[in-house]
Design a protein around this ligand. Structure first.
Ligand code: SF4
Length: 438
């Protein structure tokens, strides 16, 4: 059975950077490897959560292939093949349309979508893992997700839940209480023990240090790219950068990711020196807030017609909050910090989110924000209307709030979204004109 052709298609993005064009071949090679591993059992397949603890699985890369269902979902959305999978989750599984789109898409795949001809590299993600290791970092829904899937695999797949504590607002990123770090280090040790057992590969501390070194280098290189986006013209827009976070998520701690970010950094540096970017006559700089609609990254190209570029995203920063703070000689503490920083949505309080978004806007000379409220992801979106209020009234930063889902295009009204973006750009233009007259 193949995917019906009647599903509405939205705009895919057009990439500007040569480095970004290398992401898809990397993804293809990865899913082909996954299909091979599944067939010849040369490695254990471990499902793990995105924005999580993949570094730990990569310590055992000789015998473990990490599979991140969230990445698979984003890939399905980018290929515009999610609708049949979402429908299977709803009709076969009885899951509500209001649930996390990532969960619904991957669940639809497991419940029958895997039998469709998805034209996905390698046929898609391996439909059954040898083990699961999830974490509570991004959101608490993950825990339910992983528990729910246990029954799909007849409760025979070992499942480790890595517990990450909530960071209260009284702590800043640089002042995490020692007890929080100790607790997380203990979780790391238990997870490594679990991985040693399910993989059959003995744990080696040198490998852990190597993973931390690569993870740290990749993060620092990507940070250089992000910093260079302060330039006018901005050398790289969201249409590129949101695809470029994939290696940081999937291959954190591996040489492939570090090599990719070195190449990206060098290309972006060259563009800055030549004063080049995707929008030649750059007039407006935008910030995109939250997980993007992966099925239509073309909206970031759409803003170019208004001489605007999306010069920064909150989402691209979430995977790199440990930048400059990791030390391979202290691998446990470094990873504990990285994982705790990754609990970004859990620190969704005014002091840590609203003010930091305002600071980001100042640093990157942002004229306006496009904020994406995801109906299936309450933890990332619940505070966005309040954030709009604070940013507009206290910081004077205009914010356009769009609503939708990151992988479900079925209720996405493409022309309506474009009309709203157009009206927002008119507002920014009149604001700019008024400020010139003063
Ligand atoms: S609910 Fe939100 S944070 Fe949680 S898995 Fe889904 S998209 Fe990610």
């Amino acid at each position: 059975m193949s995917v019906p052709e009647y599903y509405v298609k939205t705009d895919k993005s057009i990439k500007y950077l040569a480095a970004t064009k290398k992401v898809y071949p990397l993804v293809t090679a990865y899913y082909e490897e996954a299909a091979r591993v599944k067939a010849d059992h040369s490695k254990k397949i471990g499902y793990t959560t995105g924005a999580g603890i993949v570094d730990l699985l990569n310590v055992f890369y000789d015998s473990v292939l990490p599979v991140l269902p969230e990445n698979f979902n984003a890939g399905c959305a980018a290929k515009q093949i999610t609708p049949p999978l979402l429908e299977i989750a709803e009709s076969e599984g009885g899951y509500s349309k209001e649930l996390c789109g990532y969960f619904r898409n991957a669940t639809g795949y497991l419940l029958g979508g895997k039998n469709l001809d998805l034209e996905f590299p390698g046929g898609g993600m391996p439909p059954e893992p040898d083990f699961m290791i999830g974490d509570s970092g991004a959101c608490t829904f993950h825990l339910k997700w992983w528990r729910d899937w246990e029954r799909f695999f007849g409760y025979r797949v070992p499942n480790f839940i890595f517990d990450l504590p909530y960071i209260p607002p009284r702590m800043s990123m640089d002042q995490i209480d020692a007890s929080y770090l100790q607790y997380t280090v203990q979780q790391i040790k238990e997870a490594l023990h679990f991985l040693e057992k399910v993989s059959g590969q003995p744990f080696e501390e040198e490998k852990l240090m190597e993973v931390v070194r690569y993870s740290s280098e990749a993060g620092d290189l990507f940070n250089e790219v992000q910093e260079m986006r302060r330039n006018r013209p901005c050398p790289a827009g969201a249409e590129d950068i949101l695809s470029c976070i994939m290696p940081l998520v999937q291959w954190s701690g591996r040489k492939e990711a570090t090599d990719f970010y070195r190449e990206l950094r060098d290309e972006v540096k060259g563009l800055v020196e030549q004063k080049k970017g995707p929008v030649e006559k750059e007039e407006f700089r935008l910030l995109f807030d939250n997980i993007p609609p992966w099925f239509t990254l073309g909206i970031f190209n759409y803003v170019h017609r208004f001489n605007a570029v999306v010069a920064m995203e909150t989402y691209s920063r979430y995977f790199n909050l440990a930048r400059g703070r990791m030390d391979p000689d202290k691998p446990y503490e470094s990873l504990a910090r990285k994982f705790l920083y990754g609990c970004v949505f859990k620190t969704s309080v005014r002091e840590t989110i609203h003010d930091s978004v305002a600071a980001l806007c100042k640093d990157f000379s942002i004229d306006g924000i496009i904020s994406f409220v995801l109906y299936g992801c309450k933890i990332s979106s619940g505070f966005l209307p309040l954030q709009k209020h604070v940013l507009e009234n206290e910081y004077g930063i205009p914010t356009l709030v769009l609503e939708g889902d990151m992988v479900d295009p079925r209720d996405y009204a493409d022309s309506q979204v474009k009309n709203r973006i157009e009206a927002f750009m008119e507002l920014l233009a009149s604001k700019k004109a008024a400020s010139r007259e003063v």
